[in-house]
Design a protein around this ligand. Structure first.
Ligand SMILES: *Cc1c(COP(=O)(O)O)cnc(C)c1O
Length: 400
């Protein structure tokens, strides 16, 4: 089949890479210590600190989010240490299982995958840890599988209320650049992220942002680490910032995407994500009126501004929706992960997204629901337009 026009990438990572970012990579490699390249790399480290809202250190790896997960674990923990993983869904499971495989004793707090991280259960468990054996809490800000964003300041408050010294490690892979994250204000010790979601860059870079306390405690952590080692990278010689040759093209891409994000302003980018996510949710709520389509997240305030996980009632095939959208209509959605396999599809709205992309995406999903005979109330695009325009009215009223 001949395909014309653009493909819409509405999967929750990798996300659409803007032309500006693509063009920034369209150049030859350079000798690895060239001063202009080193200056570009240095500026990325600096600006990433602004994005993480930290005065701590940022380490950049040639890897994906899984690599950054591993970097956070091996730099802070020793085999046999105990950590607490409050369940959020597929990604809390994944990070916890990785820690287990590395010899950490992992305690999971259960979740039903339809609600945010359970702050009450977390605080109770921390209070119950009388001998303070829990070394770290591993918390996912936005679980990309469930489409739910958890309250990280409340996680910090739970640690404080229990007067517990555990390190707070946060996975912001799907939330950085899309919703507020204040590493220093919230006293997050380590934040993990990657280039290919809210940051609009190609896949291939992973980040750990590290506060003073984690940097000091991590020195004595006992896990073997070479490539991931923070301390080998925290030196003046630029070759060692990347533990070898820098992924130059990805650094140029990151430079351009950081420029785009900082030009827009973090708060404006968060407001854009909120407005577009509200529009997608208005569309999904319209389909949901017929009782078969539903939000995975049962609490509206917990629905993520990065991705919406849409469930179908038993007996309906979410994979078929996704396949039809992609093969017939050039719109790529995310599939259901883990417990949601076959039961859900996911519409991402993070990074370089705008109104036409999302209105087009909603229109295509509605066409697919129609063709597959999946009961839904028609009119998601109109509902999304109403949501967007209500926002415009509010903006206009405020300006008058
Ligand atoms: C995407 C994602 C990861 C894993 O990232 P990869 O780059 O696919 O390894 C981890 N955590 C969250 C919350 C994610 O969204």
């Amino acid at each position: 089949m001949i395909r014309r026009g653009m493909d819409f990438l509405l999967a929750p990572g990798p996300t659409h890479v803007p032309d500006r970012v693509l063009r920034a990579m369209n150049r030859p490699a350079v000798e690895l210590s060239r001063p202009d390249f080193v200056a570009t790399a240095r500026s990325c480290f600096e600006d990433l600190r602004r994005v993480f809202r930290t005065s701590g250190r940022v380490f950049v790896y040639a890897c994906n989010g899984h690599g950054a997960w591993e970097a956070a674990i091996v730099n802070t923990l020793s085999a046999g240490d105990r950590v607490l993983v409050p369940g959020t869904g597929h990604f809390s499971n994944g990070w916890g299982q990785m820690a287990q495989a590395l010899g950490v004793e992992v305690e999971f707090l259960p979740t039903d995958w339809r609600r945010a991280l359970d702050i009450g259960a977390l605080e109770a468990r921390l209070r119950g840890d009388r001998d303070r054996s829990i070394k770290a809490v591993l918390a996912v800000q936005t679980d990309t599988a469930t489409g739910i964003t958890s309250d990280i300041p409340a996680v910090r408050a739970a640690l404080d209320a229990a007067d517990h010294p555990a390190l707070l490690l946060v996975d912001a892979t799907a939330s950085l650049g899309t919703v507020d994250l204040r590493m220093d204000d919230w006293r997050v010790d380590v934040t993990v992220s990657a280039s290919q979601k809210g940051l609009m860059s190609p896949p291939g870079l992973g980040f750990t942002a590290v506060g003073e306390r984690a940097l000091a405690l991590g020195r004595d952590a006992g896990m073997p680490r070479t490539y991931w080692n923070w301390y080998g990278r925290d030196v003046t010689e630029s070759y060692r910032w990347f533990c070898g040759t820098a992924p130059e093209h990805l650094v140029w891409a990151l430079r351009e995407s950081l420029d785009m994000l900082l030009e827009e302003g973090l708060d404006a980018a968060f407001a854009r994500h909120q407005r577009l996510a509200d529009a997608v949710r208005a569309g999904v709520a319209q389909w949901a009126r017929a009782g078969v389509v539903d939000f995975n997240a049962v609490v509206p305030a917990e629905r993520s501004n990065s991705v919406t996980t849409v469930r179908l009632a038993d007996g309906h095939d979410a994979t078929a929706v996704r396949t039809l959208c992609s093969e017939r209509f050039s719109v790529s959605l995310g599939g259901g992960l883990g417990d949601l396999g076959g039961k859900a599809f996911r519409i991402a709205h993070m990074g370089d997204v705008n109104e036409p992309t999302l209105l087009g995406g909603l229109g295509v999903v509605e066409a697919a629901l129609d063709l597959l005979g999946i009961p839904h109330e028609k009119g998601a695009v109109s509902a999304a337009i109403a949501s967007l325009n209500a926002g415009e009215d509010a903006v206009r009223a405020a300006a008058e």
